[in-house]
Design a protein around this ligand. Structure first.
Ligand code: CMX
Ligand code: CO
Length: 178
């Protein structure tokens, strides 16, 4: 492989439901109809012990906790480590997640897989519009209406089975909170 990007995607990415449209290297669909995902908002990492994991990221990389909270609806205790500001009013984070109950999404995933990367999240100015757009492409959007995520953001999820095995979150940050 020369490493040169040719601007095409294989047929497998273009057929049926999936996240192929997010690759953004084809000319269709037209940009005006495509979701407007502006950044990696965060990578969600599942862990058994939040404090211990926070300490690993602090001691190894120097990342500090920007924000922490418990989200009972999602069944998580979480810490957001800010990696960078993106210059467009957003930022990118690591989201460290410890389950608050075994039957939560993260609790079930940890029991099956152990610790590791649980999901990726794209930032968008319009989670409602982008979720509707992506649902129209045949990808299952898990919530009828976005729910509340970290720092008062509005979030929804795309089913991992429709996204090549990647649980994918869409996030619209609360104004002034990133
Ligand atoms: N990544 C990839 N695949 C996943 C997955 C993940 N994080 N979680 C589950 N799956 C897969 C499972 O491996 C399983 O596949 P197989 O059937 O091949 O074994 C399949 O999806 C079904 O999994 P399950 O264990 O039976 O779990 P459920 O169907 O009950 O739930 C899902 C799966 C995606 C609907 C659920 O995890 C969910 O609603 N997630 C969204 C909410 C969430 O993750 N909240 C925590 C984060 C909060 C935040 O980011 O703020
Ligand atoms: Co998340």
């Amino acid at each position: 492989m020369s490493g040169v990007i040719t601007g095409t995607v294989g047929p497998g990415f273009r057929e049926g439901p999936g996240c192929g449209a997010l690759v953004g290297v084809t000319s269709d669909p037209p940009a005006s109809e495509a979701p407007v995902l502006t950044r990696i908002d965060h990578i969600g990492i599942a862990c058994f012990d939040l404090d211990k994991t926070v300490e690993f990221y602090r001691a190894t990389y120097g990342f500090e906790v920007f924000h922490s909270e418990v989200n009972e609806e999602q069944g998580v205790r979480e810490a957001m480590l800010k990696i960078n500001d993106t210059g467009d009013g957003g930022a990118s984070y690591l989201q460290l997640l410890e389950p608050t109950r075994e039957d939560s999404a993260v609790g079930k995933w940890l029991a099956k897989n152990g610790e590791g990367v649980h999901h990726i999240a794209f930032g968008t100015a319009d989670v409602d519009g982008d979720a509707a757009e992506i649902r129209g492409k045949g990808v299952r959007v898990l919530y009828e209406e976005p729910r509340i995520g970290s720092m008062g953001s509005r979030i929804t999820f795309l089913h991992p089975k429709d996204c090549g095995g990647v649980l994918t979150e869409l996030v619209t940050a609360k104004p002034g909170e990133h």
